[in-house]
Design a protein around this ligand. Sequence first.
Ligand code: RI2
Length: 356
Amino acid sequence: MQGQYRPLWLNDNGDLEVLDQRYLPHEKRVRTLISGADAAEAISDMTVRGAGVIGNVAAMGVYLLAREFGEDKARIKEEAMILRASRPTAVNLMWAVDRMLDVIEKSDDVLADAKAEAIAICDEDVKRSETIGKIGCDIIEKIMQEKNLEKINILTHCNAGWLAIIDSGTALAPIYEARKRGIDVHVWVDETRPRNQGANLTSWELLDAGIDHTIIADNTGGHLMQHDMVDMVITGADRVTRCGDAANKIGTYLKALAANDNGIPFYIALPLSTFDPESCNGVEEIEIEIEMRSEDEIHIMRGIDEDGKPQELRVTPIGSKGANYGFDVTPARLITGLITEAGLIEANETAIETIL
Ligand code: RI2
């Protein structure tokens, strides 16, 4: 692939260019990152987001550090710690930075090796995403056969498409694959307050791909499930423990509870780099890494007006407090299966051990 991916690519100067996801779906704006600090900022300010892509941008960020600091490995390592801490929950970020630093540590040609490794990480994600798509789509076909469906309704939360992991996502990869296989799919897209990754990004991706979808307010899923309007749920993840508990965008847990209550299969799609082998009980152990974001995201809605101009609108009383938890943890017992590039596995320690 040589560094040309849809949400990020290297330009002719060797700078990293990324699609600025803060302006989607209304504007396709590109931001150029020339230093490791630029890459860290782009991750923290959500120019790029999604567990896979922040790992990719962090890896490319370490390459940019190698370009700045040459053979000064100690300095690269020091600066890379800023990248490593640029968001707290998605473990792909730490995984990618550590892998880059390992290569640099052993390297005699830091710049060339760092660039090659960052590209390798991205290339591997392309393959992972493709495999996840195929395995996930086999599950879609199985559910359709079992229920004798002509069209399948899949609910997803947040954005786990190609904007989140190259080149076709985690949760959306099976849906893209279904389209390739000619399967009739309809996607319920949770808006995903407060940053609206579903309403802004998943819908944009699906519209672009010509996939039938409907955006719903976050609290709609339970009602749809009670009325047999959802056949399966697939989401991505930011961190999955070795025992199968999954941290994902806030609200995922409530969807899993509703799915469980209604006997609807609930899948998490993830690359192996999203596993956190260090932790087991996700609610207790991931708690400290759950991102708390600015309460302004709760108070202020962003969008465009009738003239297409970006606007911000305060929707809460001035003086009320807001709390903005970025992620929640879905316990393994509520997860039907984990769709990974190593296969479909059960969400438990014994099964996960065989693939890590
Ligand atoms: P992949 C997102 O967080 C969501 O939690 C989403 O499910 C995940 O990243 C997608 O990442 P944010 O970065 O599973 O938008 O596709 O806060 O890697």
